[in-house]
Design a protein around this ligand. Structure first.
Ligand code: NCD
Length: 305
């Protein structure tokens, strides 16, 4: 059974193919309108979500399929103490494919060992978020026309930000990538990502606390929210939450073709005044997320049929 738990479950060639299919869907939506007729996607969300869950659901509807699921653990039998393993064995009886988000790292992997249909990891704790990465890669490809020879700045909560971990893993397989890690000391990229990904692939990287100092170098600026729900105490969150706020003033030294990405939700870290700047890509990124999830659903259903 082919699932998607980590972005590294897909080869670079498969990612290129998913991006190509997503671009074709954007250009020829009618061609895909009945591709999943009679198929069902279950969305099992044990953690809050707006974009990821609704984009999966919109994706399946636009492929002519149907959707079932739950959007909070409290409304499922998890509230009665059911294990993830039993929940997915059950849902495998009702659906052809499952997208699952869970606060515990590794829960979707466990689910994939028990389910009899493909599992898509829609975010597991502070670990991974591979479909956000597909969204980010499609966005970078559409905005910049390439996925190599890029200087990419990641700014904010690099410790708990799962979208950061997955995107760094993905980018480490392209050439000419330089990574700039911008965070407060307490929210630095975990050392396992540095060791297992950046060092292992000989990716050039620097760590800094100073966003403005590195701004002129960046081709991509990937802003992130400080992940309140992963903090052990509220005081630390309150102290760190506004570490970086991107304002028009701070963009003055940026490249004219910088692409500003953010997985969203935004709290304070990008001033609303930037939304109208042509370099702000985050709402185009949202739309790309639906198309690339359509491509992914098609691929996993075809491979497992
Ligand atoms: C992200 C997530 O859930 O990790 N959101 C998303 O899926 N677009 C980022 C976040 O919550 O900050």
């Amino acid at each position: 059974m082919r699932s998607l738990i980590s972005i590294l479950d897909l080869s670079v060639e498969e990612i290129d193919e998913l991006i190509a299919v997503a671009n074709d869907i954007i250009d020829n939506p009618k061609k895909y309108a009945e591709k999943c007729h009679g198929k069902k996607l279950a969305t099992l969300f044990f953690e809050p979500s707006t974009r990821t869950r609704l984009s999966f659901e919109a994706a399946m509807y636009e492929l002519g399929g149907n959707v079932l699921g739950f959007s909070e653990a409290q409304s499922s039998s998890a509230a009665k103490g059911e294990s993830v393993a039993d929940t997915v064995r059950t849902v495998s009886c009702y659906a052809d494919i499952i997208a699952m988000r869970h606060p515990k790292e590794g829960a979707p992997l466990v689910a994939s060992m028990k389910a009899t249909v493909p599992i898509i990891n829609a975010g597991d704790g502070g670990h991974n978020h591979p479909t956000q990465t597909l969204t980010d890669l499609l966005t970078i490809q559409r905005e910049k026309g390439r996925l190599n020879n890029l200087t990419v700045g990641f700014c904010g909560d690099l410790k708990f930000g799962r979208t950061v971990h997955s995107l760094i893993e993905a980018l480490s397989r392209y050439t000419g990538i330089k990574i700039i890690l911008i965070s407060p000391d307490e929210l630095k990229l975990p050392s396992y990502v540095k060791q297992d990904v950046l060092k292992k692939h000989n990716i050039e990287y620097v760590q800094t606390t100073d966003l403005e100092a590195v701004m002129p170098e960046l081709d991509i600026l990937y802003m992130t929210r400080v992940q309140r729900e992963r903090f052990f105490n509220e005081e630390d969150y309150l102290r760190l939450k506004d570490s970086y706020i991107l304002t028009p003033e701070k963009l003055k030294t940026a490249k004219s073709d910088l692409a500003i990405l953010h997985p969203l939700p935004r709290v304070n870290e990008i001033a609303v005044a930037i939304d109208d700047d042509p370099r702000a890509c985050y709402f185009r990124q949202v739309l790309n997320g639906k198309f690339v999830r359509m491509a992914l659903i098609l691929k996993l259903l075809e491979e497992n049929s």
